[in-house]
Design a protein around this ligand. Structure first.
Ligand code: EPZ
Length: 416
C-alpha cells in the first residue's frame, strides 16, 4: 500500500490551482441518470471516488466518455438499476443513485452503504423522504429496494440537516408529479451546485441554498453542460497547510464565498487572508494563535475541516476546544497526532488541544479522508520525517496531492 514520506520544516509558498469539488461532482454525476440525453460536466476532479462512481454508473448501462476533467454521460438505456454491495461499500456516496433511479426507472436496488470510520452514517432520511413521495421501500438482505410508478410531490421535513439526503430527494422530486418542498434542507454550496445543474437540465427548483427548497416536477429532463464548482474543502486544506508552516500562498480557481467560516477562523488564528471571487491569498504568522471551533451545517464551520484545524491547533500558541457536532466518531486523527507529540484530550465529542513547541516526525496511519489531511499538515511542521500509511484514503478526495504540495515547497514523496 502506498505511503507518503514528509520531511518537516518547509514553509509553503507559491501558487496552486484547486480542483473541482468531490462533494459536488458525486451528486451531479448521479443526476445524469435523470435524463435520456447526454450531459457533459467539466472541472470534474480526477479522484478515486469519482472513478468508483463512474464504474457504478457504467454498470447500470450509462455510456461514459471521459477526457481530462470533462465527462460526458448518456443514460438513454439503463439496463441494470442496481448498486451492488461490493461497489457501495467502497464509497458510501453511491447512495446518491437511489433518488434518481427511483424517479427515472421506477425501481431500484441499492445496497445499504453501511458505516465508515467516522460514524454509522444511516440513510433513514433518504428512505423516509422517498416513502413520503409515494415510493414503496423495503430494506431486505442489506439492500434498499425501492418501487414507484411515479413519485408524487410532497412536503418533506428531514429530522436533521443531511447533505446527501437533501440531494437525493431534490433529484427524485425533479421528475415527480407536482410540487415537493424540502424543509430543514442542507444549505451547503454543493447542494446549490447540484440544483444549478438540474435547472440547466430543465428542472424547476427554487430556494437551493436556503433551508426550504421547492421543486416542481417535470415530465423529463434534457441534456445539459455544467461546470463543477471548486472544492472548498481542498481549498481549506491547503490554506491550513500554509498556515501551519508560517507560509504564504495563493490559491486560484476557488470559490472564496463558500469558505467564510474557515477564513474567519484562519484570521482569528493570526493569518492575513484576502479573498477575491476566485482567488484566495493567505499569509501566516510565524506562530498561530489557538482557535476554538464547533462544527455545524453550512454556513457554520464545516465538519470536513475539523481534522485540519486540530492539526493547526497542535502547534499554535495556547489551548483550544474543538466540538464535533455532526459525526459521532470523527476524532480518529487525534490518536495519530498524539504519536507526533500533540497534546490532545478527548472527552466525548469535545477535544481540548494545547499547542506544543514542536511535533516530532513518526510513522502514522490514515483512517479516513480528512484525518489523513490533518496528518499531512502535522507532518509538514514536525521535526524530521513523518511516514503516513494507508494513503489510499487521501486519493479518494485530493487530486494530485503530493504534486500540489511539492509545488508549494513541501518535501513530500509517495512510496509504494
Ligand atoms: C456529506 O455526507 C459529505 N459527503 C461529507 O463529506 C460531509 O462530512 C457531510 O455531508 C456533512 O457535511 C458527500 O457530500 C459525498 P449528512 P452525508 O447526511 O450526506 C446523520 C468528506 O470527507 N444522518 O449531512 O453522508 C448522519 O449520521 C465527506 O468529503 C442520519 O442520521 O452527511 C450525520 O450525523 C465525509 N440519517 C448527520 O446526519 C440520514 O438519513 C449529517 O450527515 C442522513 C444523515
Amino acid at each position: 500500500m502506498d505511503k507518503l514520506l514528509i520531511e518537516g520544516g518547509a514553509r509553503l509558498t507559491g501558487e496552486v490551482a484547486v480542483s473541482g469539488a468531490k462533494n459536488a461532482a458525486l451528486p451531479i454525476l448521479c443526476a445524469a441518470l435523470l435524463s435520456a440525453e447526454p450531459v457533459t460536466f467539466t472541472n470534474v476532479p480526477r479522484l478515486r471516488d469519482v472513478g468508483t462512481l463512474l464504474a457504478l454508473l457504467g454498470r447500470m448501462g450509462v455510456r461514459i466518455e471521459r477526457e481530462g476533467d470533462t465527462v460526458t454521460l448518456e443514460a438513454g438505456a439503463l439496463t441494470e438499476p442496481v448498486a451492488p454491495y461490493e461497489m457501495v461499500k467502497t464509497m458510501r456516496a453511491s447512495i446518491l443513485v437511489l433518488g434518481p433511479l427511483a424517479a427515472r426507472c421506477g425501481e431500484a436496488r441499492v445496497s445499504l452503504p453501511g458505516g465508515c470510520a467516522i460514524g454509522a452514517r444511516p440513510v433513514d432520511q433518504h428512505i423516509k423522504g422517498l416513502q413520503a413521495m409515494g415510493a414503496e421501500v423495503a430494506v431486505e438482505h442489506g439492500y434498499i429496494h425501492v418501487r414507484a410508478s411515479r413519485l408524487k410531490g410532497a412536503r418533506l421535513v428531514t429530522d436533521m440537516v443531511t447533505v446527501t439526503g437533501t440531494e437525493n430527494l431534490m433529484m427524485a422530486a425533479s421528475l415527480a408529479e407536482g410540487v415537493t418542498v424540502i424543509e430543514n434542507a442542507a444549505r451547503e454550496p454543493e447542494v446549490i451546485d447540484l440544483a444549478n445543474c438540474l435547472i440547466a437540465m430543465g428542472a424547476n427548483i427554487r430556494g437551493a441554498g436556503s433551508d426550504a427548497i421547492r421543486i416542481e416536477g417535470v415530465p423529463r429532463l434534457r441534456g445539459a453542460r455544467h461546470r463543477i464548482m471548486p472544492d472548498r474543502i481542498e481549498t481549506g486544506t491547503y490554506l491550513c497547510a500554509a498556515a501551519a508552516t508560517g507560509g504564504e500562498i495563493r490559491l486560484t480557481g476557488v470559490q472564496a464565498a463558500s469558505l467564510d467560516a474557515v477564513i474567519d477562523k484562519l484570521a482569528e488564528a493570526g493569518c492575513t487572508v484576502r479573498g477575491e471571487p476566485s482567488v484566495i491569498h493567505l499569509r501566516a504568522p510565524s506562530r498561530l494563535a489557538a482557535v476554538s471551533l464547533r462544527t455545524a451545517p453550512y454556513p457554520a464551520f464545516p465538519t470536513d475541516m475539523q481534522a485540519q484545524f486540530m492539526a493547526l491547533n497542535c502547534v499554535a500558541d495556547g489551548a483550544a476546544m474543538i466540538r464535533e457536532t455532526i459525526f459521532e466518531n470523527r476524532f480518529m486523527h487525534a490518536v495519530e497526532l498524539q504519536r507526533l507529540g500533540a497534546d490532545i484530550h478527548i472527552d466525548g465529542n469535545t477535544a481540548v488541544v494545547r499547542g506544543v513547541d514542536r511535533l516530532q516526525g513518526a510513522t502514522v496511519m490514515a483512517t479516513d479522508l480528512r484525518a489523513s489531511a490533518s496528518l499531512i499538515i502535522a507532518g509538514l511542521v514536525a521535526e524530521g520525517q513523518t511516514t503516513i500509511e494507508r494513503i489510499y484514503h487521501l486519493d479518494r478526495g485530493y487530486e494530485r496531492l503530493e504534486e500540489k504540495l511539492a509545488a508549494l515547497g513541501a518535501k513530500v514523496r509517495r512510496i509504494a
